[in-house]
Design a protein around this ligand. Structure first.
Ligand SMILES: C[S@@+](CC[C@H](N)C(=O)[O-])C[C@H]1O[C@@H](n2cnc3c(N)ncnc32)[C@H](O)[C@@H]1O
Length: 280
């Protein structure tokens, strides 16, 4: 079993390497994940003077949207990878936001006082933490009494063809090891009730979860391939193991499969996320 330090080091390296892809494909990624951020924000009930912490904020969402709703408040964007937060900083400046700070650190060891925040969000971060219970205990510690935690994770691969098309094509060329429950992977928190049970174990109440459909939209099957092979952690890692002819076969396979989702000049590949809310 990998140590917490090993997991953090490998995550830091992975996401440092993915930051350029996330910045390049910013608009398509934000459109895909936007409905998840919107429903999380609704449940967090943001006031104009909200003190908010966005964990694993990556390139800045949903924290930047929350900062717009809290002009008299403050939003701290946290991430393990400085390179991801640099993109978030550029996006915040481009949007003219002045109530946003960034903090590079791990979700399970936060440099904030107890009861410092009104709310905490974690959009697509939970599955990468070395210890989800320890991280949740930290979120509960920094929340004020009555404050809310809202996170989102991916549900099972079957409901997420936007990644499975690519991963199945990769698996025809590379032996992809079955997911190790002790290591981060995109679907590690997919079991219904899994994250909610962690919230309850760490003392949060009124825990609820709901599913949200998303769609990855690109202008062509080629663009889908280009985008996916430059920003999805699982795919980027697997594609590094193949030679050029194998990569060309995977690309052809992906483009043939994803063409089934092409309609009216766009490719729309569906996915399903789960949001989990709880109150301190
Ligand atoms: C899929 S991205 C999500 C980014 C953003 N929240 C969004 O939804 O667009 C996952 C992020 O989790 C971060 N991450 C991984 N392990 C972490 C940890 N232990 N503590 C904080 N952030 C972590 C990665 O660096 C990466 O930026």
């Amino acid at each position: 079993m990998p140590s917490a330090d090993e997991i953090r080091d490998s995550q830091r390296l992975t996401w440092a390497g993915l930051a350029a892809g996330w910045e390049k494909w910013d608009s398509a990624i934000m459109d895909q994940l936007g409905p998840v951020g919107a429903t999380m924000i609704e449940r967090l009930d943001i006031a104009e003077d909200q003190q908010h912490l966005d964990i694993a904020a990556g390139t800045g969402e949903p924290g930047l949207s929350i900062a717009r709703l809290a002009p008299k408040g403050r939003v701290v964007l946290n991430d393990l990878a400085a390179e991801m937060l640099e993109v978030a900083g550029r996006r915040a400046r481009a949007q003219g936001l002045t109530n946003v700070e960034t903090q590079v650190c791990s979700a399970d060891d936060l440099p904030f006082d107890d009861a410092a925040f009104d709310s905490v969000s974690v959009r697509f971060g939970y599955m990468f933490f070395p210890d989800v219970a320890k991280a949740t205990a930290e979120f509960a510690r920094v929340l004020k009494p009555g404050g809310r935690l809202c996170s989102s994770v991916w549900v099972n691969p079957e409901e997420n063809p936007w990644t499975t098309i690519l991963m199945q094509a990769i698996a025809t060329e590379v032996v992809v090891a079955p997911p190790d429950p002790d290591r981060p992977n995109m679907y590690r928190c997919a079991a219904p009730g899994y994250v909610g049970a962690v919230y309850e174990a760490e003392g949060l109440r009124d825990v609820g979860e709901w599913d949200v459909g998303v769609a990855l939209v690109t202008s062509s099957p080629d663009e889908y391939w280009e985008m996916m092979s430059e920003h999805v952690s699982l795919a980027v890692a697997a594609l590094q193991q193949v030679d050029e002819p194998a990569r060309a076969r995977i690309r052809a396979n992906v483009i043939a499969k994803v063409s089934a989702f092409e309609k009216d000049g766009k490719v729309r590949v569906p996915g399903m996320a789960r949001c989990i809310v709880g109150t301190k």
